[in-house]
Design a protein around this ligand. Sequence first.
Ligand code: HEC
Length: 187
Amino acid sequence: MSDHDVKMTKTTPQQFFFALWGGLFAPIIAIALIVGLVAKIQGSHSTQAALAYNDQAVEERIHPVGEVNVVDANAVHVDKEGEQVFGEVCTACHTPGALGAPKFGDKAAWGPRIKQGYETLIKHAIEGIRQMPARGGNPDLTDTEIARAVAYMANDAGAKFTPPAAAAPAAPAAAAPAAPAADAKKM
Ligand code: HEC
């Protein structure tokens, strides 16, 4: 046996460790990482939950914009009183004075606005003005309801507006949304 052979067979523990690490573990770990990465990418694309979510999202997106609500043809819209409209819609901003809205009952805040006249206030309430959304944000309110709510608020703060009275006494069916009182704007 030559010196050379002896050297070849003598492997120190360090050498063995590096050989094992470099030759065996490193590739295995690399492969495991790659597999894990691919699984993760695929998982985020195609799990059942993701598919179900997609279906739902697509459904929402292609959902028809308008829905036909079949309303009883005999159901006649009865305009609400100003106080009720106020309580359902306007109070949200006009009670706390949100967004700079003139507070309900605040004569100082309402005074200059009242001076603009009933017509102008109604117009602003219907069309919206600055932070005041059109129809208080509720497009279902009729002009009459808006006019009444305006009168309700303004009168409480010292105005003497006469809110539009009810339209022709509920004549079923025939009572189309006709312009009711003189001071209510065109429908
Ligand atoms: C989202 C909040 C909000 C709601 C809801 C709201 N208002 Fe207002 N309103 C405002 C704000 C803010 C102003 C002050 C706008 C300005 O002059 O800058 C205002 C002002 C007004 C004015 C005075 C307009 C003028 O020319 O000075 C009237 C009248 C009015 N609102 C009526 C109503 C009525 C009626 C309703 C309910 C149907 C209503 N508002 C609901 C926020 C609101």
